[in-house]
Design a protein around this ligand. Structure first.
Ligand code: NAD
Length: 359
């Protein structure tokens, strides 16, 4: 039976890299019934919301989706569609691997990292009060009463909730991920000396849960020190476990260590649903020119195949991408090449070494 998968092309370069990904996944021979849905800027213009309910319903039906990037207008009235999807579907774990690939220039040839980011809490929870609003005034009064702190009248607020239950599930997820994927170590990043009751809680739950997983090497590190060490000795790290904001920032840093955003794949996972997407955004600076690197989304597609239990096909896609990048003849401009998005997709699809019926 074909796998039912929702495909959301997204904004900017989204449709270009989504088409490339579909082409490669179809070429593996895995039967996928694609259900196409729209979300983002074009839908907002047409329907007044960037994330219509039917898109969520369709993902709930198929349980699995892959999406291109979606533009979040800066300072607009709408919440990020990406953040809304993660909250609505309770996709609490973002998994973002970064690995050096032979042939892709990097000062760090031995990097093999996975960022595991808590996806539903922290400063991305969306609890915000605009400066000058009645809610901000009420919060100022409450803060004066509770903390003796008088915030400036022109202050806006973003709240940072981190809970025991929310932390426990992501810590357990990360520790189990290490076990299931033959990895060796978790490094938890935090700033608990400054944010004692949010990051401090994340740290203490991490430490106590690690006691129940003594076979997994667990360490913790302040986020500033971790950032510095990642740029100097990224090979020393394995799985990074991070609250939402630090996870967002460090996954771009890790992508930069191994060749840039054009290569970085990701998954958003919950107990019930899974949404795969590249780490990069809609890249308005290159949209519509046919030069976006599709590898990040193709690799997200390989993660999707693995999630569907199609491990052989996932391996086939990953090794074809590695071979094409290592050969160096077909590459988009972000990697120093001159090829188009379509040429890279065609190169990967052609290189797939799909075992025959007897293979
Ligand atoms: P971006 O990732 O879109 O672009 C940053 C830089 O990387 C740009 O120079 C871009 O050209 C380049 N780049 C990104 N992807 C590339 C690819 N596949 N191939 C070649 N070059 C690539 O980040 P941004 O400009 O900060 O964000 C643009 C929009 O995307 C914003 O509205 C942002 O909110 C949104 N965004 C969405 C997601 C998502 O949908 N998950 C993630 C990040 C950003």
């Amino acid at each position: 039976m074909a796998h039912l998968v929702t495909l959301i092309a997204g904004d900017g370069i989204g449709p270009e890299v989504a088409e490339a990904t579909r082409r490669v996944l179809d070429a593996t021979g895995v039967e996928i019934e694609w259900v196409l849905e729209d979300a983002g800027a074009a839908v907002l213009e047409r329907e007044g919301t960037p994330l219509p309910d039917r898109v969520l319903e369709q993902i709930r039906r198929s349980r699995v989706a892959i999406k291109g990037p979606i533009t979040t207008p800066v300072g607009g009235g709408f919440r990020s569609v990406n953040v809304a999807l993660r909250h609505e579907l309770d996709l609490f774990a973002a998994v973002r691997p970064s690995r050096s690939i032979p042939g892709v220039p990097t000062p760090h040839p031995g990097v093999d990292l996975v960022v595991i980011r808590e996806n539903t809490e922290d400063l991305y929870r969306g609890v915000e009060y605009e400066r000058g609003s009645p809610e901000a005034a009420a919060l100022r009064a409450e803060l004066r009463r509770l903390a003796g702190y008088t915030a400036r009248e022109d202050a806006g607020f973003t709240v940072k909730p981190i809970s025991v239950s929310g932390t426990r599930r992501i810590v357990r997820f990360a520790l189990e991920f290490v076990r299931a994927n033959g990895r060796r170590k978790v490094t938890l990043g935090h700033k608990s000396n400054i944010m004692r009751f949010s990051d401090g809680l994340f740290l203490s739950i991490g430490r106590s849960e690690s006691e129940d997983h003594r076979d997994v090497w667990f360490e913790d590190m302040e986020i500033d020190q971790l950032s510095m060490r990642l740029t100097r000795e990224p090979e020393a790290f394995d799985v990074l476990l991070l609250p939402n904001l630090y996870g967002d920032i460090l996954s771009d840093l890790c992508a930069g260590l191994v060749g840039g955003l054009g290569l970085a794949a990701g998954a958003n996972l919950g107990w019930e649903y899974a949404v795969f997407e590249p780490v990069h955004g809609s890249a308005p600076d290159i949209a519509g020119r046919g030069v976006a690197n599709p590898v990040a989304m193709i690799r997200s597609g390989a993660m999707l195949l693995r999630h569907l239990g199609e491990h052989g096909a996932a391996d086939v896609v990953e090794s074809a991408v590695d071979r094409v990048l290592a050969a160096g003849e077909v590459r988009t401009p972000d990697l120093g090449g001159t090829s188009s998005t379509d040429e890279v997709a065609a190169g990967v699809a052609k290189d797939l070494q799909v075992p025959g019926p007897s293979g």
